[in-house]
Structure formats: C-alpha cells, structure tokens
Design a protein around this ligand. Structure first.
Ligand code: AKG
Ligand code: FE2
Length: 347
C-alpha cells in the first residue's frame, strides 16, 4: 500500500499519460471472428498488467442512455434532504444499504466529501444480518422509474462484466475459474454525488473520495465529465487523470482479480478530488464474483517464491469486512471537518 501521506498531495503534478482503450465488442457479438477476439484479449491483457485501469468502448450502451442514467443520479441528490434521509443506511434492515450523507463515507479514517446511495442484490429471504436486508429505494412519487431503471442498468452491466471474464479466460487460460466468475455474480451499484471542494478545502482532512482499491472483480465507472477529478496511481507513484471519454466506461481491476492473478492484474489505487463549481455525479458498477466463492490464487500464476503469500478467502467475507471498515467504523472518533456542501453552493 502506498504511504498515505503521499496520497494527499494536490492535483498539481498530474501525469499526462493516458489510459489504454479496450474495445470489448468482439466478446459481445457471437458472430465475431477469432482474430477480433484475440486482438481484444491481447489489448486487455496489456492494459491489466500495465495500468489496471482502462477505457472500454464497444459495450453496446448508447450515449443518450448513459446520459439518462447520470441524470437519474442527479435527480436523486436533488431530492429534499429529508427524502434522502428517509433512505439512510441506518434505517435499512441490515444497516448497510441506502443513503449516506456527506462525510459519512470513510476512507482510511478520513471523511469523504460525497453523498451516496448504495444498492446491493436483495436476498430471497431478507433479514437483519449484514448485507442480507431488503433494499431502500426512493418512492415512485419522488423519482418515477428510478428503481426499475437502476435494476435494468445492473442487468446490462452484468452482461458486459461477463464478457470481460471470457476475454480474460481466452488470454490467461484457467477457464474453469473464469466460467465460475460468470455464474451468479454478486454486484454493487453506487450512485455518488460530489459537491465541489472549495479552493480552501484542506486535503489532508480528506478528499472527495480518498485513495483506495476496489473490492471486487471489475469496476465500470460512469461519471459526469469533469477532467482531473478521478485520478489513478501509476506504477511510478504519479497520479494519472482518468478523465471521462464520451460514451466509454472507465474500468479498473479490483482486489479479487488482483488476488486470483497474484497481482499480475493489479487493483490500482485511485482517488477523487473534485473542484470547480458544479456538482459531480458518478455511478460505479462493481462486477463481483459469486458471493460464496473462495478466492485462491491461480496456481499457474503464482511467481516462484510467492507461494502461500496470498491466503485463500471467501469473497463475501472480504466485502463485509471492507464495508465495515470504509463506511461505518470509527464514526464517533473522527474529527468534525466542515463538509464541502456547507462551504460551497451547489452548481
Ligand atoms: O467517483 C469516481 O470517479 C470514483 C468512485 C470510486 O472510486 C468508488 O466508489 O470506488
Ligand atoms: Fe473505487
């Protein structure tokens, strides 16, 4: 893990290296040629090894549709505060799904300057166990069609996530593992709202989203077009802007693929520092393994001398411990930092 102090520097020395682009269309088109799939798989392999972050085109979702999803995200955050508070995670059956206010999300013991709605799959028999509850949704009177649109988006994104598992299988082998990664996928959809950080905001107190890696297989990010906001840590420790490319997703490797491949495909630190004068919405879709899958490094990918370094773990245990750590832990002990919304006007 990088030194946390080095993660709090400002945007001044952003590297200009851009991220690779992966056209996934051959893996979504049953009639594509073997050579087209080969080319995609090779480009993906290189992008995963060198960056762990890349852009995805050829996913089949049109720009007007993607824009309409972001617009839905904006309409959620524009609801009166009390309508959002009614969906607060602490009011949810399992205490983890629903709305979080600005500053309640915590990354490495610092408050993130974001508000968010967290959506997880609903189990057949909801209970109060962590992640086993029913989902809190805005009502149809407040936001007509919101729930249906979000769940429809999830189904579309799962198809794209599975296509990536097939591409990885083609380039790496180990088809039994990548086949399993297409069965009963768990997923998480976050809708995040970022008020701009005022120029005076002290980044040592926190950011829009502190530097972290993601927990699952792959994250597909849809975000408003604000250059410089999302930044990715490069191998040399510099920060590369992952600015939105119209119509493309920004995709990154999560901890599960990192562990399976023994860090050959790396989950990369990223952070958000959103300045300017307008409110930013992003919607990361986290494509995950089956909830009860045991993640064991693929034998043939462990470098000599590294045997046993990554201990097998169950994905769902990992997710639960990360949620506990990042969202709810140490609430009381955190310093009371004025939040960005109190300091700026929504644009
Ligand atoms: O908002 C963004 O651009 C990224 C958010 C993110 O990294 C996350 O929620 O894991
Ligand atoms: Fe992330």
């Amino acid at each position: 893990m990088p030194d946390i102090a080095s993660l709090t520097s400002d945007t001044d020395n952003l590297s200009t290296a851009s991220l690779p682009i992966v056209d996934i269309s051959p893996y979504l088109d049953p009639s594509s040629s073997a050579s087209a799939r080969h080319e995609t798989a090779q480009t993906l392999d290189k992008a995963c090894r060198e960056f762990g972050f890349f852009y995805v085109t050829g996913h089949g979702l049109e720009m007007p549709y993607l824009k309409s999803m972001l617009k839905m995200g904006h309409s959620f955050f524009e609801l009166p505060q009390e309508r959002k508070d009614a969906l607060h995670i602490f009011r949810s059956q399992d205490g983890v799904r629903g709305y979080q206010k600005i500053g309640e999300n915590v990354t490495y013991a610092k408050r993130d300057q974001q508000e968010a709605l967290d959506i997880y799959p609903e189990p057949a028999n909801p209970s109060s166990e962590q992640l086993e509850g029913s989902q809190l949704w805005p009502s149809d009177e407040d936001l007509p069609g919101f729930q249906t649109a979000m769940l429809d988006y999830v189904e579309k994104m799962k198809i794209i996530g599975k296509a990536f598992m097939r591409a990885m299988s083609d380039v790496l082998g180990y088809s039994e593992i990548f086949d399993k990664l297409q069965e009963d996928n768990y997923w998480v959809l976050r809708v995040i709202g970022y008020p701009p950080l005022p120029p005076s905001f002290d980044l040592s107190q926190g950011m829009s989203c502190g530097a972290h890696t993601d927990y699952g297989c792959l994250t597909f990010l849809l975000a408003d077009d604000f250059p410089g906001a999302l930044q990715v840590e490069a191998k040399d420790g510099s920060w590369i802007p992952a600015d939105p490319v119209p119509g493309a997703f920004v995709v990154n490797i999560g901890d599960i693929i990192d562990a399976l491949t023994s860090h050959a495909y790396k989950s990369t630190y990223h952070r958000v520092i959103h300045r300017g004068n307008k409110y930013r919405v992003s919607m990361p879709f986290f494509f995950e393994p089956p909830r009860d899958m045991t993640i064991t490094p693929i034998e043939g990918m462990v470098a000599p001398g590294d045997e046993g370094k990554i201990k097998p773990f169950v994905y769902f245990d990992h997710l639960k411990s990360m949620i506990y750590r990042h969202f709810i832990s140490n609430e009381e002990s955190l310093p009371d930092v004025p939040n960005a919304n109190e300091l700026t006007q929504r644009g």
